[in-house]
Design a protein around this ligand. Structure first.
Ligand code: C2G
Length: 131
């Protein structure tokens, strides 16, 4: 079974690790699409602490992850599912319903988020702790 998920994975934290661990548990091969710096800036209004290559290298080094690809647009998911022969698309339930259009091509699973942690909060904590 081939699994696919997407994310920015900036300032990698336990919430990111939990969803990658659980995504891998759903099948045998996990591909993670990492949002590029340009995509984050232009389409997700996110300024990353870490550049794309660093976020991609860190995620690729996680033992649950088999492959990393770039996420450069909102429109690439159907192509990614088809070209990578994906059986299950997985993402956090903060996106619940947003990717149901993929059900025509693969199973779609929304997993509960890890409570109490987010990159945004982590950034604020770091600023307050070390200013
Ligand atoms: N996540 C989680 N628990 C948290 C924080 C994040 O389970 N406390 C999950 C998110 O639901 C997502 C993944 O970790 O599935 C990556 O989160 P982000 O890096 O914030 O990525 P996001 O902005 O949700 O990008 O096209 C889809 C987007 O690229 C998803």
């Amino acid at each position: 079974m081939k699994i696919l998920t997407y994310g920015t994975f900036d300032l990698f934290h336990i919430g990111h690790l939990n969803i990658l661990r659980r995504a891998k548990a759903l099948g045998g091969h996990l591909t993670v699409a990492i949002s590029t710096d340009e995509f984050n800036l232009e389409s997700k209004s996110k300024v990353c602490a870490q550049p794309y290559y660093e976020r991609a290298e860190i995620v690729h080094a996680i033992k649950y992850v088999d492959e990393v690809i770039a996420e450069t647009s909102w429109e690439q998911k159907v192509k990614d599912v088809i070209e990578n022969d994906i059986d299950v698309f997985v993402i956090g339930e903060d996106w619940k319903g947003k990717f149901d259009f993929l059900k025509e091509y693969c199973e779609v699973v929304y997993l509960p988020r890890t409570e109490g942690v987010s990159t945004t909060e982590r950034k604020k904590e770091i600023i307050n702790k070390f200013k």
